[in-house]
Ligand binder design. Sequence first.
Ligand SMILES: [Zn+2]
Length: 510
Amino acid sequence: MNFIVKNAYIHDGSGSKPYNGAVVVNEGVINFCGTELPAGVNFDIEIDAEGRILAPGFIDAHGHSDISILAAPEAIGKVSQGITTEISGNCGLAPFPVNDLNREHLQELYRRYDVSIDWSDLRGYLHEVRRRKPAINVIPLAGHNTLRAAVCGYNEHKLSISELHQAQKLLDQCFRQGAAGFSSGLLYVPGVFSDAREITALLDVVAAHHKPYTTHLRSEGKAVLESLEETFSAALVAGLERVHISHLKVSGSENWHKMSEVFYKLAHARSMGLKVTADRYPYTESMTQLSVILPEPYNKLDDVSLEKLMLNEAEFPKIKAALKTLSRERWQTSRLVSTAASGYSRYQGMTFAAISEQTLLHPSDICADILRADAAGSMGAFQGMDPENMHKILMKPYVACGTDETARPQGYELGRSHPRGFGSFPEYIKLLLQAGLPMQQVIRRVTALPAEIFGLQQRGLVKSGFIADLVLFSPDLLESRATFAAPHNLSRGIDIVWKSGKITWQQGDL
Ligand SMILES: [Zn+2]
């Protein structure tokens, strides 16, 4: 199918000045863009985009649609905010390689999607993705946690030399099969058991393939500076070219003052020759498994062991007692986002303090009850970030927008999202424009910048010969309407989204 979008205000993604013109798409590829349409250009369909912006499709620099894309390939939460490509496999959690050591764990973690994880490597996984013809391009990173578990499971364990070699071999195979980079999540089991020797050895493989290393830091709070230190020194020793910090932040009000020191560390690493970039969602509440709220030693268990422990009559009271030691403030700033625990669905979106007021139960008892019924699947949101720091981060020219979310259908059948799953990009664009950044710079951050960070070919620009991943939107109407109470509310203002020239989203009267 050939079509023309004419009278559009074209932002090509490069950051250069926009122009009024037309784009012609032929068989999924842009074959003309400019102000004067040459004679002899054919098209079947004509779209008059008067008053609208045409830009490259937005690239989600940080997504977790690994398995959800198989269950919900239409990816409504993503396409409705203008996304055409997602970098997946983040925070160390990729859906490959899979073997007897990690299959049960992954199957349990993704239980709600009802997808049988029966592939063993990236090639097999990509086959499953392509079979579903998803509405977004899924560009997976290899993930440290999954990789490590494929070598020695989820228990606390230091890798032997031969295990290290095995891990390196597996990572090399991931790259040979097309992984766009390597991610770690050193806060999570089993990445938390790794040391500098292990990370550096794996980064050697990343460096040999000239790929980026993305990391969810070991600590984003108290030890955030030490964690950056750990990241950059391993990267420098390995001779890495690119380091990308996932969802850049400083968590916990007692640590907020460290922000300028964080920026200094990033600048310093850059001065040492590393290309340092980051991503961030435009919200101050994070979301992850609710079980991360558990104090020591329960925060070092994998999902399967935690679920077993929760059902153990002797252990459960101890876990309850541990939860009771958490402060009142913690319950006021922690929110139940979603759970399969029966009787609690009506409290989704509320803080534990608010649920406690309604139920007259202690927040720790509520939390223990939820985790007992659904330790792996329950998700929580945690208010730990400073709005001022967030603005500073978003304004940095090396920070791309990442939803940190999975692809979701509009209904809640696959769980509830953080509002970022439906609203990140319109919200991000609004905040940057409000801060005075010109639209062409904002568009660059959500298109060419992430394409460059992850080495995406023929994507991220409106340019002849590039793949026709495009978004047409109405800048005056653009607005995120997703909230914690109604996280799947669709954004306004995204008119048409094309992936390889095919419409994946359309709303309004065009
Ligand atoms: Zn993460």
